[in-house]
Design a protein. Structure first.
Length: 185
């Protein structure tokens, strides 16, 4: 009986400590975010619109309209030295869309600006830069200040450094395209 009381006392004393320990997913996210910081990316928690939201995501059971948004993580690569004439756009993943890229649609409230007169080759290069993106990517953003990958963080079976290296490579390709587009204008 004494052992049962001692065991119960230890459980009560150390239970909250065990409950506060990070889960496997928390540890994976910490490794991803640390690898992103080492790669020079800024990590930020954001919300983006959901274009293909289900009806229950758009309207509550009581008939109140909802703003269909998805929480995700933005991995942002700052781009220095560009003026306001640099391309500025925001794409959301939409499997039914083909404009401006297959599988991507423009943000409903942000019109692209600063694009070259013939934007076809520009979008082709953007498509090549993001072709290797994982399905977890929900949005891409390009502005004079930064290029951003919005995603639902999940490295799967890959090492966090590999995943972040792929993201950083795509973001650097987009940043180089930003600089080239400004220089051509």
């Amino acid at each position: 009986m004494v052992w049962l009381i001692v065991a119960l006392g230890l459980l009560v004393a150390f239970g909250p400590i065990v409950w506060l320990m990070p889960s496997r997913r928390d540890r994976q996210l910490a490794k991803l975010r640390e690898a992103a910081r080492r790669a020079g990316l800024v990590v930020e928690l954001v919300r983006v619109p959901v274009l293909d939201a289900r009806p229950e995501e758009r309207v509550s059971a009581g008939g109140v309209a909802r703003d269909a948004q998805r929480a995700c993580t933005a991995y942002r690569l700052p781009v220095h030295g560009l003026d306001d004439a640099a391309p500025d756009w925001f794409l959301l993943r939409d499997t039914a869309s083909v404009d401006p890229l297959p599988g991507w649609a423009g943000h409903p409230e942000r019109r692209p600006r600063g694009l070259p007169a013939d934007a076809g080759p520009y979008w082709t290069r953007v498509g090549r830069a993001v072709a290797a993106l994982a399905e977890r990517c929900v949005a891409l953003e390009c502005s004079p200040a930064a290029v951003t990958w919005h995603w639902l963080e999940n490295a799967g079976q890959r090492a966090p450094d590999e995943v972040v290296a792929d993201i950083a490579e795509s973001l650097h390709a987009l940043a180089a395209l930003q600089r080239e587009t400004v220089c051509e204008a």
